[in-house]
Design a protein around this ligand. Sequence first.
Ligand code: NAD
Length: 703
Amino acid sequence: MDLAGKPMNVIDAEMAAALAGLVEALESDASITGLILASGKKDFFAGADVDHLWEIDTAEQAFEESMHFKSWLRRLEQAGKPVVAAIHGRCLGGGLEIALACHHRIVLDDGKARLGLPEVKLGLLPGGGGTQRLPRLVGMQQALQWMSEGTEVRAAQALSSGLVHALAKTPEDMLAQARAWIAAHPKPQQPWDAPKFRYPGGDSRSPAIAQLLAIGPSMASAKSWGNYPALTHIMSSVFEGGLVDFDNALAIESRYFAACVVSPESRNLIGTLWYQLNAIKKGASRPSGPAPSKVKKLGILGAGMMGAGIAYVSAKAGIEVVLLDTTQANADKGKAYSQALLDKAVKKGGRTAEQRDATLARITPTTDYAALKDCQLVIEAVFEDRAVKAEVTKLAEAQLSAKAVFASNTSTLPITGLAQASERPANFIGLHFFSPVDKMPLVEIIVGEQTSDETLAKGFDFVQQIGQTPIVVNDSRGFYTSRVFATYVMEGLAMLKEGVHPRSIEVAGLQAGMPMPPLALQDEVSLSLGVHVADQTRKDLAAEGKPYEAHPGEAVLRQLCEIGRIGKKAGQGFYDWPAEGERGEKRLWPGLKEMFPVAAEQPTQEQMIERLLYAQANEAARCLEEGVLRSVADGNVGSILGWGFAPFFGGALQFINTVGPAHFVARSRELAAAHGKRFKPAKLVIELAKKGELLEVGGPASA
Ligand code: NAD
């Protein structure tokens, strides 16, 4: 299998036709004794052709196409001749479904093999027989776990679980094994076609599985709050498929597949996390003029939480890192962070001791600015204080070549202002990382008034060099991510002030699809930080002669801070937190009831969910309208990767498309009348609603 002109094998029209041709030959040509399916590419198979899936717009079409494709796989396994899959590299989705229709599977054990059915990540279920063949091979429980998490397994586990039959050391060995198997098994039969077939570990009727499937949907909903229909469709397909014969099971699967393909959740996930994300990765937000660049040597100023994290991801990507702090002890502590993470990786077997040592050797902790010589990029992550930042900017620039870029990891201070400390503001940029850096995949690049295209391109290339995803925004208070994220948390606080029960607020946050509820989140980031940012903003706006309007949630922050409840780090905020090392869960502080008496009349959960989501979507739309956001893709991808905005809505801007701009405007006006003018719809959305248009949706054209 080697699709012309494509980097990966996928199930497109050409592949489907080739497969059909093979099946016909296998059935009719007596001189063919067997078939080996192997790949001419670096991987075995990527999966379905997303571009084609995207074009399907009716459930009927999805059903027919899935049935049609499977009919060929069925003929492949019932042609009466041996078919072997010789798998190397990735074998995912539809590719694994083809392999599952082979009689024998061999995997090249070179450390690169990954087998799995990741469809759920795009809101889909495996519609090529995966939900039927996989459980019949490895058991329902294992299959459900893999399919609902989109797990990719490595060679050893594929063998031990029964997913594949053999491993091979070399490609030649793999082909020799395949030929030998064909010679030894002229008349193979799939296990599910044998008259006495039994599911390993029990089927839908066995007590253990019935119990599992009875609690499965509620367990899935406990995490997903019913926001991901693909999860329950996968379970239904497996369970119902286990009650009927194999061919009817395949038809049941296609019905659930069709339901997923046309679901808004899947369209949103594919539009944003496939098309828009791929467009970003291909450089849609990067100026095209400047040549590609690489950082060989990086300077980091401040070896605290952020500096240490940036040092780790950069050294891991092969970059020499100078990690500078005010004392050698601080700088060493920053490097120790990498040591701890790498030691853990070695212990787990993800890395060898030599690899760890080589990565660590790239980090030089120091207090000496002269060590920054030859750095192509310096990132400052010192205290969030203009004066301190200005001082280190000057000291670092004195050591740098004229072409070097200076970046600030500030979370709140406008970049244009910070650049005033620089001798060459055109080389000054914001690279806003998220904490913890090694887990958070996003970097928000902030373009100051004087930042050049060359500098932006270099920043963009660096973010990709360390394997992170860049979004590009223009300078503004709170940039994009902090500004919109804050509206979520503050809306939760405003509800508390109005007398909404705190538990209901927290549950509404999770039901809305956010990874953490608002009050707990504010405890994590600290209430005092919230007050500090508000004070700073008030001061800055006064200096600019602009009015400041406090969000109603701000008073809540101040009330708690006044009595020392400043958040998790103090062990008390909206919650009482267990002390470090102490067992037990955080619990809502009982005193909240006295401070914010619970009103007799409570809003519905649906109303609260709406407020939490509309607040964010509207602020994101304002960012687009004001030119803080430069593209819809950056807005959507940034919201999901940056602060976990409900992915099934496709991001904070795609939310507006999902509910429809006209509805969004009407509902926003009602919310504004009830709760304050912060809900007044952004002009940009009003315009869209008038014209009957949508914000740009990710699709084949955007990638
Ligand atoms: P931190 O307090 O953990 O670390 C700051 C480090 O800078 C300390 O090690 C300190 O010794 C060092 N430092 C202070 N003055 C210095 C100087 N003159 N020269 C060299 N080193 C100096 O803070 P952090 O959380 O790592 O934050 C650093 C920056 O990153 C801040 O601007 C912050 O706003 C920003 N940021 C933080 C987060 C977060 O979640 N913590 C997220 C994004 C951005």
